[in-house]
Design a protein around this ligand. Structure first.
Ligand SMILES: [Zn+2]
Length: 312
């Protein structure tokens, strides 16, 4: 167990005893309902989680963001919420509206915009410091409900289907390897994704930077290219799943009546656990809906192949 693993374990013990909102919401996970949807060669989960409505339905346009107090800033956080200091710049908090049995929010001490540029290495370091967790990043237009305050999240490993699917050679294949850093590409997974693996964090960061620059050129008007990222550390190897996006919320999110599905896809959904805060959506969603949503919000596998050609 790393030093941070131990500190975070203690944080959970303390908060789940002393903070009733968090205790109740983690207890509620016992009642969360899950449906499995089968695809050709893999499965995804749909989780009915009413506690996530605030996040899924969050208004993240500039005007709404400016008008509300930032819930990640210290002065607005609940007084019961404690944290573990991470380096000088971050605080590790438990997420009081969990999806995972162990769900963290890792917030910058400064109120500064959500950007991955300059912070990718922090993400790798967090993954190494907390090997029991998947660290994930939702870009400011890709599911972050605080696009104005830099943060990561983390959830206990073994929960997201993408972890096991990446070990399935039929879905995820090694495309390139240079000096121990590997690029893996996905096929038949219904969403364009790339995965980089390696033991050298500087090399991984430079590969990520090259990809970032290429993708920025495709989306020049965005604050940053649209991305979800998931990273974990096992043995001495980092695995980083990178999902380039084209759309924040699918058309069904804005539809009315029966056509509406209130689902705002971010790292967890694309990692294979689709979060529906409304029961009606949980009950009615089909494999076809999931396929259509992923196709709409992600790049195609062919587009990712093009973007990553000769990347290492
Ligand atoms: Zn803030």
């Amino acid at each position: 167990m790393t030093d941070y693993s131990r500190k975070v374990k203690n944080l959970f013990d303390n908060q789940l005893t002393g903070w009733s909102l968090a205790r109740d919401n983690y207890k509620q996970l016992d009642n969360v309902r899950v449906r499995k949807i089968r695809f050709d060669g893999y499965e995804t989960d749909i989780q009915f989680n009413p506690g996530r409505i605030t996040s899924s339905a969050a208004r993240v346009d500039a005007k709404s963001i400016e008008a509300r107090p930032c819930f990640l800033c210290e002065k607005n956080r609940p007084p019961e919420q404690q944290g573990v200091q991470y380096n000088e710049d971050y605080l590790i908090l438990i997420n009081p509206f969990p999806i995972f049995r162990r769900h963290l929010t890792i917030v910058s001490e400064k109120h500064t915009p959500q950007r991955i540029a300059g912070n990718f290495t922090t993400m790798l370091n967090l993954a190494k410091s907390l090997p029991e967790y998947v660290i994930f990043y939702n870009g400011p237009q890709c599911g972050a409900s605080a696009p104005d305050h830099l943060h990561f999240q983390a959830g206990n490993r073994g929960f997201l289907p993408v972890e096991r699917d990446s070990d399935n050679i039929l879905l995820c294949k090694r495309a390139e390897e240079v000096n121990g850093t590997e690029l893996w590409l996905w096929s038949g997974y219904g969403r364009g994704m790339m995965t980089i693996k390696g033991h050298d964090s500087d090399h991984l960061a430079s590969v990520f930077q090259r990809f970032y620059d290429r993708f920025s050129a495709v989306q020049p008007d965005r604050p940053e290219p649209m991305l979800n990222i998931l990273a974990y550390h096992n043995g001495d190897i980092w695995t980083v799943h990178i999902i380039p996006r084209r759309v924040h919320r699918p058309a069904c999110y804005f539809a009315e009546g029966d056509a509406r599905i209130l689902l705002s896809p971010a790292s967890v959904d694309i990692g294979g656990v689709f979060i529906t805060p409304r029961e009606e959506d949980f009950l009615k969603m089909t494999a076809g809906d999931i396929t259509a949503i992923l196709k709409e919000v992600c790049l195609s596998e062919e587009e990712v192949l093009k973007l990553t050609s000769g990347l290492l």
